[in-house]
Design a protein around this ligand. Structure first.
Ligand code: FAD
Ligand code: UDP
Length: 370
């Protein structure tokens, strides 16, 4: 009946569904959640688009990806500039001259570079082997202790000495006065929310929500020639080789009777004691540029609590360490042998993908597949 059954209406599934449909294929998209859009889902509450599965800022250096998403949404000019709150002291992120000035009183880039070099030497690090060593060699001990150590251990539930160095390399370190969190040519939030953007991608495409593929596999498989699966790869194989680890996040949302709670979209709590990692104030993503503007008298905040994933929770971040990497490779061997099923996306490929990377990967996959 269908050429493709697409399991998951997140960005990978939605982009593939669009491309396949435009290539003349008949597709059915299913999702076990009651909503489309996967983790980028936004819901309008009190006139504010709330990022229900975590704050999402679109950023990319890939022009073809930027052009692609702009076919389905208009983007505002939001620039992510989180603030770090360490026991009441506020610092600019990512690490830049504002951060270094506040931390050490240094004024010039030379002074900042010298301070970092001094602390790196004191710590005796030549070749960083883990996140702690990588962080100290990038920004020195003081910043590591105040802005990285507690936050990272809360987020990943493991000491920084047991985490791979690459996680912290995602963050820019700049000797300029520039609070833009991302080194990206293009950045913004879709006006009207991500859900509307994904809705536009899925325009004219049949979608069934509240439908779990793994619970109705035989029946659903019979509907299509091929299956594109964007759920967790280990769940597909009923965890028979073992469970891949994820970090999960719990969001505590609150509607406040005030127009402004923290004056910024994201404030990270970087000490080890505060139980949440950060507080998101959703209205500031819209920047007064959205349809309603920011004259809303209320505000909505989400405290994020990071936790180890256990069956039944939403898997959010793949834990891309060596142990999980090896287990994933074993699952991938099985996946490569499948004739009817292809695996894609953050969960299907067990990969810490940003939105632009997942879209790029879906477009490349579609080009090959179609
Ligand atoms: P998903 O969005 O997870 O979609 C998979 C879908 O499959 C889900 O809807 C799920 O319900 C469905 N599914 C799973 N199993 C089944 C099943 N058995 N049956 C039916 N349906 C099933 N990226 C950025 O670029 N910028 C950011 O600021 C950013 N912030 C993030 C914040 C958080 C907290 C997280 C977790 C991620 C963030 N990302 C960010 C990454 C971004 O969310 C992903 O790159 C993107 O959403 C991945 O899309 P996907 O389609 O692969 O997966
Ligand atoms: N990080 C940190 N302090 C911060 C923000 C980030 O130490 O205030 C570290 C943390 O280890 C995190 C990594 O930098 O996992 C990458 O941060 P990013 O914001 O890119 O993480 P995301 O939430 O997007 O995965």
């Amino acid at each position: 009946m269908y050429d493709y059954l697409i399991v998951g209406s997140g960005l990978f599934g939605a982009v593939f569904a669009r491309q396949a449909t435009d290539a003349g294929k008949k597709v059915l998209v299913i999702d076990k959640r009651p909503n489309i859009a996967g983790n980028v889902y936004t819901e309008k509450i009190e006139g504010i688009h709330v990022h229900k599965y975590g704050a999402h800022i679109f950023h990319t250096n890939m022009e073809h990806v930027w052009n692609y998403v702009n076919k389905f949404a208009t983007f505002n000019r939001f620039t992510n500039s989180p603030v770090a709150n360490y026991k009441g002291e506020l610092y600019s992120l990512p690490f830049n001259m504002y951060t270094f000035n506040k931390m050490w009183g240094v004024v010039t880039p030379e002074e900042a570079a010298a301070k970092i070099e001094e602390q790196k030497k004191e710590a005796g690090i030549t070749e960083p082997k883990n996140l702690e060593e990588q962080a100290i060699s990038l920004v020195g001990t003081d910043i590591y202790e105040k802005l990285i150590k507690g936050y990272t251990q809360k987020q990943w539930g493991r000491p920084c000495t047991e985490l791979p160095a690459f996680i912290i390399k995602r963050l820019p370190v700049r000797l300029t006065f520039d609070n833009n969190y991302f080194n990206a040519l293009y950045q913004g939030i879709p006006v009207g929310g991500y859900t509307k953007m994904v809705e536009n991608m899925l325009d004219g495409i049949e979608v069934r929500l509240n439908t779990d593929y793994l619970e109705n596999k035989a029946e659903l498989d019979a509907l299509a020639d091929k299956v594109i699966y964007t759920g967790p790869i280990d769940a597909y194989y009923d965890f028979k080789l073992g469970t891949l680890e994820y970090r999960s996040v719990r969001f505590e949302n609150e509607i406040l009777d005030k127009p402004n709670f923290q004056g910024n979209a994201a404030v990270n709590y970087t000490d080890a004691e505060t139980p949440w990692t950060r507080i998101i104030e959703h209205k500031w993503f819209e920047f007064g540029k959205d349809d309603e503007g920011n004259d809303i008298p209320k505000t909505i905040i989400s405290r994020e609590y990071s936790s180890e994933w256990k069956p039944g929770d939403e898997p959010y971040y793949p834990v891309n360490d060596e142990k999980n990497g090896k287990l994933y490779e074993q699952y991938k061997e099985l996946a490569d042998k499948e004739e009817k099923v292809r695996f894609g996306g953050r969960l299907g490929e067990y990969k810490y993908y940003d939105m632009d990377a997942v879209i790029d990967s879906a477009l490349k996959f579609a080009e090959k597949e179609l």
